[in-house]
Design a protein around this ligand. Sequence first.
Ligand code: GDP
Length: 525
Amino acid sequence: MTSNLEKDILARRTFAIISHPDAGKTTITEKLLLFGGAIRDAGTVKGKKTGKFATSDWMEIEKQRGISVTSSVMQFDYSGSRINILDTPGHQDFSEDTYRTLMAVDSAVMVVDAAKGIEAQTLKLFKVCKMRGIPIFTFINKLDRQGKEPLELIEELEEVLGIHAYPMNWPIGMGKEFLGIYDRYNKRIEQFRTEEEERFLPIDENGELAIDHPMKVTSYYSQAMDDIMLLNEAGNAYSEEKIRRGELTPVFFGSALTNFGVQTFLETYLQFAPTPQPRITEDEQYIDPVEHPEFSGFIFKIQANMNPAHRDRIAFVRIVSGKFERGMNMTLSRTGKSFKVTQSTQFLADDRETVDVAVAGDIIGLYDTGTYQIGDTVVGGKKTFQFEKLPQFTPELFVRVTAKNVMKSKQFHKGILQLVQEGAIQYYKTLHTEEVILGAVGQLQFEVFEHRMKNEYNVEVRMEPIGSKMARWIENEEDVKESMSSSRSMLVKDRFDNLVFLFENEFAMRWFADKNENIKLYSLL
Ligand code: GDP
């Protein structure tokens, strides 16, 4: 490993921002990109706000809805680090891709709306991060508006998410009376809406504001000081080790819209954010980004129809080790086939550019004509290996699907097979009748499926929603009898022929478990 390459790799910080829709993820992302000089104006991150689209770039469905179907990647430099932010789409665009994106990052930033606290989608995404044991940093946003009490927010964080929290700073007032933040970590007070030269106020060795200042006589200041005393005495101890293991989340307060607290957050975050981490292979070898001399990476996402005219797809590769250079030879471990990579893209906020060189920690896009599958490993050296499988996620929404035209059954099955392999949707079938049931974690996956079946396979499909279900796999399949299947606990097979129960609701599942104590059920993530 040349020391230059090592230096480049160690400068990488790759993370995702997780949040519930409307908490302020886009706003924060924009501010981060502005600091990094990657964009000039706010409002360029998502087409949603500005209607700006490179028309050739996005699927029809994206244009219609004004959203981006799958996550994108943004890169910028800040104070010696090269930062890759992987977007995790929310709301209806929430899908398995959102979860899988979290497999490709080394840490996560969780944005919470101070008025709303922990919301459903944040919780789901948080669980995936927790399972991976990656560091999670929390930004509590919208302090310029009245929200919940800060202590209440910290308590909620700990209770709902089951993680310890350490406030790195603390708000002084809130909403109309938001005066600033008391920065416990950097030992200073940062003032809200003030002249640049007054932005930071010093604190003395007792932790009090060190100078005479009108803020000092306000009730907000004394309240903040009382809270901080409480945190110092009864709060969690600060531990970098625990932060690194994802057991303690450092919490920052701020207001992304007014660009307050974001830069402090970024600078502090960069001191802790992990460099590219090793990944494990199926035979339990660690592939270290720096130690492993050759290029390797895995595909965590395949995005279709970036350019409808060419029907192309882009496979997103997280580089695990070494260096990618355009024109290099790569081997796809699953098939053992080698090929020369001449077309590759990197992803930026407002444009895609061709990438010539990228290193461990970066994400590159490879043009795909149907070669790749989700979870595939690509290697640069002679010796191939396979990275650990990406987890499958328990879907929550299901539809029964048929071809409108029965004559098209062959294309129908071919299309489904390919889209399932690509990880766009999950496949199930009923036991004898072999009706096709599709599962997804987000509604949009169905819409994309329908659209792609029509456009890529020329098959119109009929989709009959069967609602949300709780899917549970079975440890002891041999004890399952078909008579256990009912409308409330439907027995189906997944694409690997494993038996799965689709329960109508929690109640149906508990009822089943009571009646059939010997059957051991489990869910995927
Ligand atoms: P996303 O859905 O998480 O990406 O959220 P956005 O960044 O699009 O923000 C949702 C809404 O909240 C927008 O109207 C923003 O202008 C607003 N918003 C974001 N940050 C703040 C903030 O710090 N204060 C206030 N008052 N509004 C904010």
